[in-house]
Design a protein around this ligand. Structure first.
Ligand code: FES
Length: 179
């Protein structure tokens, strides 16, 4: 039996109708979503810039829909890494996507889709343990080593009136593996 998004696709409706039919916990990050930390000392808190120190290992988390009151964790491609760097060190091209030095990247490696877990603070890059691809944080997740060919997608973020980091722009490229 086909239901929801599958049925709409079958009826030939466009991607926006398909997206609207998705359950809130499966939607991709939406503008205005807060970012919930799902591991470590700040587990279950919403991200604020002061929680992160410059160059510390990233926090992991998912987008959280405030209006829907839902953690959007039933979409694997919503798994995120939150990291903080010196704002002046960020490439001008991606600086508008940062807020107070906070950058938010997809945690899904673009090589074959492992979840990225390692951080190399010395030269600010993520390393995927599966085949050792490396993604430079200051230059928009560009590949700096290993077999991955595509940069790591990033969200645009801002700080809301209450001091929380929120989604301001969708991923700049589709998250997932590209081989
Ligand atoms: S899946 Fe990340 S390097 Fe292969």
């Amino acid at each position: 039996m086909i239901g929801g998004a599958g049925l709409l696709m079958g009826l030939g409706l466009g991607p926006s109708a398909v997206e609207a039919a998705k359950k809130p916990d499966r939607l991709p990050p939406q503008v205005g979503d807060r970012l919930k930390i799902t591991r470590g000392a700040h587990k279950d808190k919403f991200l604020r810039p002061e929680m992160l120190k410059v160059n510390q290992a990233p926090f992991e988390g998912f987008p959280y829909g405030v209006e829907d009151d839902v953690l959007r964790k039933r979409n694997r491609f919503n798994r995120l890494l939150f990291v903080k760097v010196e704002p002046d060190a960020i490439d001008a091209e991606i600086a508008p996507r940062a807020a107070d030095g906070v950058l938010v990247y997809s945690a899904i490696c673009t090589h074959t889709g492992c979840t990225i877990k390692s951080w190399v603070a010395d030269d600010q890059h993520f390393r995927c343990h599966c085949h050792l691809s490396e993604f430079a944080v200051l230059t928009g997740g560009s590949v700096r080593g290993g077999p991955a060919r595509a940069p790591l997608p990033m969200l645009g973020v801002a700080i809301d009136d209450e001091g929380y980091v929120v989604v301001a722009e969708a991923f700049n490229r589709k998250p997932g593996f590209k081989g």
